[in-house]
Design a protein around this ligand. Sequence first.
Ligand SMILES: C[S@@+](CC[C@H](N)C(=O)[O-])C[C@H]1O[C@@H](n2cnc3c(N)ncnc32)[C@H](O)[C@@H]1O
Length: 306
Amino acid sequence: MGSLTQACSSSSSLAKSVFSLASSSPFLFTSRRKITRHYSSSFFRASTSPLASVCVDSKEVRSTDLVDLEYAELNLKYKISEEVGHVRIRQHVNPLSSSFSTPAPVPAWEEVYKDPSLPLMVDIGSGSGRFLLWLAKKNAESGNYLGLEIRQKLVKRANFWVNELGLSNAHFIFANAMVSFDQLISSYPGPLEFVSILCPDPHFKKRHHKRRVVQKPLVDSILKNLKPGGKIFVQSDVLDVAQDMRDQLDEEAKVLEHVDTVDTEEGWLRENPMGIRTEREIHAELEGARIYRRLYQKKILIDSLK
Ligand SMILES: C[S@@+](CC[C@H](N)C(=O)[O-])C[C@H]1O[C@@H](n2cnc3c(N)ncnc32)[C@H](O)[C@@H]1O
């Protein structure tokens, strides 16, 4: 009982203060404001600190319940596609297998988005899509949102949800980002303003590290397509994976700088600046894991101003 009381009190940071980033990107919640998670605090509270805890009033709360509650605003639980049905999440797929080597067709962007000239945010490995759908709903007029996901069923369901929610600024493509990112994104008519890679599959074994999505060609393509001043946000609950992404992005110091105006610990952002946690983040924090985050910004080089 003592630990429960402690858990409840340690979660009082539920309505978290989001720090200000010295930028006006529509893809970040920049104002210093309170984020209220979308569930009744009398039911339970969850902390986003590494000491994640759940306070339950005699009810067992699973992390899938937490996801539903955190994303309650989207009301997706009741939007079930008959065609797609229940989506079982398999273990990691191998993006290097020949079945994922065909580039995804480039869509007719004007059919996908109401205004394809708007700044674009791309989420690589978008999973269920809830995170991007939530952002798209919040920023319906100011940006377009694209999820790239290697599991076709997740993509089908996410696009079903796009229609159900009536969003004209969100879209998901079944694609191996390692193969298709460049061709897809270089064809987009507007500026690429934000790229996120959040809790990518860890592929723990050393001989499988080459399956990790963040590899030099993808980094090069992101940097080539990202507008000056555009941002890259990466995070993982696996330190080795986060460090790997950090090392690769730090390598690009000529064009990329780590945004260090935010609260960091050992160079890792303490807070998620997006206004909502991803599903993997919710699961990991519930298990008590720490999330390692880095935010980068493409430098505005003098030459690009000429
Ligand atoms: C651990 S999940 C994280 C999902 C989500 N970003 C989150 O934080 O909840 C990683 C996702 O990346 C997808 N993925 C893995 N490799 C990929 C690739 N090469 N291209 C696109 N998606 C990929 C997986 O199918 C999976 O949905």
